[in-house]
Write a protein of this length. Structure first.
Length: 212
């Protein structure tokens, strides 16, 4: 888990850049791409990532400009990409103004549970990575290239390789949250860390509720 602001900001720099690349690749025509009619579209997934930054950070005392959690999916890819880019860039700035390293140990009410901010930020990053992986699958189905740093192997650029492995099973987190496997009420505060079992993101326990 994250112990300092620098720990998170270093990871977020790469995560934000990777997600910005994916969103910048979307076209207006691709936004309706979905695995099936009852699954999220590319546009909905991208908008969900943009909405999650202000929504989740508000529960930890930060006010991040960007997409309102109740706003409908925009009709243009640029609107989605711009909203995400605004929030992603502002997040580390707001953290450095309002938090210290000690803030990582603060406990907040999060989706019916009590989580340390360190723990919440870890789930926040994993949640984004998971949905970005879903998006790359839909991008393949829409028949256009994924950014090289995020594409499933064999489907980006001439080399057909990716520098990182990403979750690529669609539909495994459709409107559902990541829920820890342990029974400790205050997640991440002196608890056994349930995310260190080597399981891929798509294998996390999923239930209805938060991370809408």
């Amino acid at each position: 888990m994250f112990r300092t602001l620098d720990d998170f900001c270093d990871v977020w720099k790469d995560e934000g850049e990777s997600t910005n690349k994916v969103l910048a690749t979307l076209t207006d025509a691709s936004l309706s791409q979905a695995v099936t009619a009852d699954h999220r579209t590319l546009g909905r997934l991208g908008w969900h990532l943009a909405q999650t930054i202000p929504e989740m950070m508000s529960k930890m005392g930060l006010t991040i400009p960007g997409a309102d959690e109740h706003a409908p999916v925009p009709s243009t890819a640029k609107a989605i990409a711009d909203a995400y880019a605004l929030s992603a860039a502002e997040l580390p700035r707001q953290m450095r103004v309002h938090w210290t390293d000690a803030s990582m140990n603060v406990i907040d009410e999060m989706y019916g549970e009590r989580w340390t901010r360190s723990y919440s930020l870890r789930l926040f990053v994993l949640h984004q990575t998971h949905h970005r992986g879903q998006m790359t699958v839909l991008m393949r189905q829409a028949v256009f290239r994924c950014p090289a740093s995020t594409a499933p192997r064999g489907k980006s650029g001439r080399s057909g390789t990716s520098s990182r492995r990403r979750s690529s099973r669609p539909g495994s987190c459709v409107g559902r949250p990541l829920i820890a496997r342990d029974s400790v009420e205050e997640r991440g505060h002196g608890a056994a860390e349930p995310w260190n079992d080597g399981s891929p993101i798509e294998e996390f326990i999923l239930v209805e509720g938060a991370f809408r």
